[in-house]
Design a protein around this ligand. Structure first.
Ligand code: FAD
Length: 273
């Protein structure tokens, strides 16, 4: 396993929706436990970044700046990167995520903002849908357009209006102030308990592109029901595959992929059948 150590899970202050941890577990703790479990069973764990993937005589070559690894099959679980609001600096961003003021997964932790003042930063269909989703947890939701709210259609405005979701923007800056996140609007700063950026994400699917695997319009990997990509021997699991971006889902896909890899290899190796 080669890992560049940029897991989205490492940003989770405390997840309460991961089965088996009723008191919750931090993302870094969960990752450390999984690494130690994999190590117990002989998985070689390498820290590093795979810069290039290529096919060579039916195998794959994965290149890092340290070494080149030859493999018969590759499982890509490279995840996605959330698009961050440009109007917040890196250190404030890190502190705000750690404090639960800035949140990226309403499906994971929307219930934690029940009855709180929540802002959604975004516009168009994505912003509208995320604001309406969060409206089922709290009546105090404001959709803030980063630039201006022009990208909302009349129908979206009507839907938001009916749900009692406020619309504001443009947003000039995002600041952290004690237990609140402050959004600087033209009319002045507004304080919220939490802010959800709804700006989308970018799939880390460059390596798949290098070997010609089919990608969706969003840049996610397309797989069959057994996590096989369109390239023989290349499998994918987790956020980099189009679908629900959650740990449980990534793990389920990982389990399906691992079993498929084992069975596909067994077909080529009669003794393993
Ligand atoms: C703030 C936040 C809170 C969240 N809360 C929850 C929650 O409560 N519950 C929940 O279920 N989900 C939550 N999620 C979502 C969850 O983190 C992801 O769904 C999950 O981490 C996806 O796992 P993954 O393995 O697909 O990708 P990741 O965990 O992102 O891991 C991908 C890994 O691949 C590595 N990688 C990528 N490219 C390369 C390369 N070329 N070479 C080497 N390594 C590479 C990266 O460095 C990274 O370590 C949250 C996400 C965020 C951002």
């Amino acid at each position: 396993m080669i890992d560049a150590g940029q897991s989205r899970a490492s940003l989770i202050p405390l997840t309460r929706n991961h089965a088996g941890f009723p008191e919750g577990i931090t993302g870094p703790d969960l990752l450390a436990r999984m690494r130690s479990q994999a190590g117990l069973f002989g998985v070689e764990l390498r820290n590093g970044h795979v810069d290039a993937l290529e096919r060579r005589q039916g195998d794959f070559l994965a290149r890092t700046d340290q070494s080149t690894i030859r493999a018969r099959t590759v499982l890509l679980a490279t995840g996605v990167v959330n698009r961050r609001p440009p109007m917040i600096d890196d250190s404030t961003h890190a502190r705000a995520v750690a404090a639960g003021r800035l949140r990226y997964c309403p499906i994971c932790d929307g219930y934690e903002v029940t009855d709180r003042a929540v802002a959604v930063l975004g516009t168009g269909e994505r912003g509208c849908n995320e604001a309406l989703f969060l409206r089922s947890y709290t009546a105090n939701v404001t959709l803030i357009a980063p630039e201006a709210a022009r990208q909302l259609s009349a129908q979206q405005r009507a839907l938001l209006g009916e749900a009692g979701v406020g619309i504001a923007g443009p947003c000039r800056a995002i600041r952290l102030d004690g237990n609140e996140i402050l959004v600087d609007l033209e009319a002045g700063p507004r304080a919220f308990d939490s802010l959800y950026p709804a700006l989308g994400s970018d799939a880390r699917s460059e390596l798949a592109g290098q070997v010609g695997a089919d990608l969706s319009e969003e840049g996610c990997l397309k797989v069959d029901a057994h996590q096989r990509t369109s390239v023989v021997g290349l499998y994918a699991a987790g956020d980099v595959v189009l679908g629900l971006d959650q740990i449980s889902h990534a793990m389920g896909e990982g389990g399906v992929a691992a079993t498929t890899i084992r069975n596909d290899l067994a077909r080529q190796t009669p003794l393993l059948r």
